[in-house]
Write a protein that binds this ligand. Structure first.
Ligand SMILES: Nc1ncnc2c1ncn2[C@@H]1O[C@H](COP(=O)(O)OP(=O)(O)OP(=O)(O)O)[C@@H](O)[C@H]1O
Ligand SMILES: [Mg+2]
Length: 444
C-alpha cells in the first residue's frame, strides 16, 4: 500500500516538474495546450457571476421551474409559489468561445438591448480584476458585438527589438501592447505631438526616429530649445540645427519659403503633392524634430511678443501645408497646454499623431490625447515611472494603443548620425529646391 502511495507521489512530482519545465522553457505551447483551455472554461463557467458583478446583466421575464414550491429562486428576486412561474431573471450577454491571443485571449459578446460598447469600456477595469488579468480592452467591429481582449501580463515590461522598416519615412520605434510593431509613418500621419513628464522617454523616442531615418534619403532638421544639448551630438546627420528661438524663427522662414517654392513646382507639374511628381523632380522630404516645444511659446516679457507670434505663425503654416510638400513635424514637450497661447492649440489641431508618455497632471494627458476615449486618459495617468518609454499612442485609425519604444541610447543615435552623415543634404542645397532621385518602389 505504501509502495503504491510512493509511486503515486513520485508520478505526481514528476508531472508537476514536467509542467513547470514546459511552462518555463516553452511558454507559448504551454499556454495554448494547458493554460488557455483551463482559462477558457473558467471564463465561460463564471461569466454569469462576473457580468452580474460588473453590472452588465439585464432583467428579463422568464418562466422559471422549481420542484420545491416556496423556495427562494436562484436570482433571489421572487418567492416561487407555483412550479412554473414567470419571474425576472438576470440575463448575461451571450459569450462566444474565448480564443487565444498572443498575450492572453479575446472573446466576442452580443450586447443586450440598450447597451453600447462604452458600457463595457467603463467596466473594463472591473472585468480585468475579476479575471485576474493585466488589462481588458474593448472594441467593436460590428453593431451589437463587443470584443474583449484580455492581456494576462503587461507585454510592455520588456520589449525586444524588431527589424527596422525599409520603407521611406516609416520607422519602427517600438511595440504596441498587441505585440505588433509600433510604426511612425510620416506619410500616413505627417505631424506628431510627443508629450510626457521629464524622464518619461520623449528623447528616447526621438533617438529611435533619428536611428530609423538616418539611413533614408530624407533631410533632418533639429529645433533643440534645450540650448542644443539634445540634438548637437546628432549634428553630422542634421541638415540644420536651431538651438534658440531666434534661430528657429530663421529656419522656419526658410521652410515657409521652401514650401512656397515646392507649391510652385507642384502647380507647374500639375501635381497635388510632391509624391505625384516624377521621381527626378521630387524634392527631398524633410523631417523637423522639435524638442521642448513650449520654449517656442514662453514669453518672459512683452518685447518677445512679436517674435513669438511670428515663429508660431510660421510653425503653424508648416503644419498646415507641409504634408503635401514633404515637410513633417515631430514635436516633443513636457506640457502642450492651451495656457501657452492660441498658437499651440492651433498647432495641436494639425498634429493628428499623438503620443502621451507618463504625465504628472491629468490636463497634459487631456491636452495631448484630446477627446479620445476616457479610458485612454486613464491609461495614460497610470503609466508607472519604472517603465519609461511606455506611452499611449493615437494615430490615423482613430484607435489608441499602449506602446513602448525600444531603448535607444544617445550613443546609438550618435553612431547612426555619424555613419550616415554623408546622406545629410546641406541646408543651402535643400532650400534651393534641388530635386533628388527617389527610388521608384518608394513612391506610393
Ligand atoms: N523605451 C525605453 N526603454 C527603457 N528605458 C527607457 C526607454 N525610454 C527611456 N528610457 C530611460 O529613461 C531615461 C529618460 O528618458 P528620456 O531622456 O527619453 O526622457 P525625456 O522624457 O526626454 O526627459 P526630459 O524631459 O528630461 O528630456 C533614459 O535615460 C532611459 O534610461
Ligand atoms: Mg528629453
Amino acid at each position: 500500500m505504501s509502495d503504491q502511495l510512493y509511486t503515486m507521489l513520485a508520478v505526481l512530482a514528476a508531472l508537476a516538474a514536467g509542467l513547470w519545465a514546459w511552462r518555463r522553457f516553452h511558454y507559448p505551447s504551454f499556454w495554448l495546450v494547458i493554460g488557455f483551455p483551463i482559462i477558457a472554461i473558467t471564463i465561460r463557467a463564471t461569466w454569469r457571476k462576473v457580468a452580474l458583478g460588473c453590472g452588465l446583466t439585464k432583467k428579463r421575464q422568464r418562466f422559471w421551474f422549481t420542484t420545491v414550491p416556496g423556495l427562494v429562486a436562484s436570482t433571489g428576486v421572487v418567492r416561487v409559489r407555483r412550479k412554473w412561474q414567470r419571474i425576472a431573471v438576470d440575463t448575461k450577454p451571450f459569450m462566444w468561445l474565448p480564443l487565444p491571443a498572443r498575450h492572453g485571449w479575446r472573446v466576442t459578446l452580443h450586447t443586450l438591448e440598450g447597451q453600447i460598447p462604452a458600457d463595457y469600456a467603463e467596466v473594463a477595469e472591473r472585468l480585468a480584476h475579476s479575471w485576474g488579468v493585466h488589462a481588458v480592452r474593448v472594441s467593436s467591429d460590428k453593431p451589437g458585438r463587443v470584443r474583449l481582449a484580455a492581456t494576462v501580463h503587461d507585454p510592455l515590461v520588456k520589449v525586444d527589438e524588431l527589424p527596422p522598416s525599409t520603407e521611406l519615412l516609416k520607422v519602427t520605434v517600438g511595440r504596441l501592447e498587441t505585440g505588433t510593431p509600433w510604426v511612425i509613418d510620416f506619410r500616413t500621419v505627417p505631424h506628431w505631438l510627443n508629450a510626457g513628464a521629464t524622464q518619461s522617454g520623449k528623447s528616447n523616442l526621438a533617438n529611435a526616429l533619428i536611428v530609423g531615418l538616418a539611413p533614408q534619403p530624407v533631410a533632418l532638421i533639429g529645433f533643440d530649445l534645450k540650448g542644443g544639448v539634445e540634438f548637437t551630438p546628432y549634428a553630422p546627420r542634421l541638415s540644420a540645427l536651431a538651438t534658440s528661438r531666434a534661430e528657429c524663427g530663421g529656419l522656419l522662414e526658410d521652410l515657409v519659403a521652401l514650401m512656397t517654392d515646392r507649391m510652385g513646382v507642384c502647380r507647374m507639374a500639375g501635381a497635388r503633392n510632391i509624391w505625384q511628381l516624377p521621381p527626378t523632380m521630387r524634392p527631398v522630404p524633410i523631417v523637423v524634430l522639435v524638442d521642448e516645444l513650449a520654449e517656442l511659446y514662453l514669453m518672459a516679457d512683452k518685447s518677445e511678443k512679436d517674435e513669438i507670434a511670428k515663429t508660431s505663425t510660421a510653425l503653424l503654416r508648416v503644419a498646415q501645408l507641409g504634408r503635401a510638400f514633404g515637410i513633417y513635424l515631430f514635436c516633443c514637450g513636457q506640457r502642450i497646454g492651451s495656457d501657452l497661447g492660441p498658437g499651440v492649440t492651433a498647432l495641436r489641431a494639425q498634429c493628428s499623431g499623438r503620443i502621451c508618455h507618463r504625465v504628472n497632471d491629468p490636463e497634459t494627458a487631456t491636452m495631448t490625447l484630446g477627446d479620445l476615449d476616457p479610458a485612454a486618459l486613464d491609461s495614460a495617468r497610470t503609466i508607472a515611472a519604472e517603465t519609461p518609454g511606455v506611452a499611449i499612442v493615437a494615430g490615423q485609425d482613430g484607435q489608441w494603443y499602449r506602446a513602448r519604444s525600444f531603448y535607444v541610447t544617445e550613443q546609438t543615435a550618435e553612431r547612426a548620425a555619424r555613419t550616415y552623415a554623408h546622406l545629410a543634404p546641406p541646408w543651402s542645397e535643400v532650400v534651393t529646391a534641388q530635386p533628388i532621385e527617389t527610388p521608384d518602389q518608394q513612391t506610393a
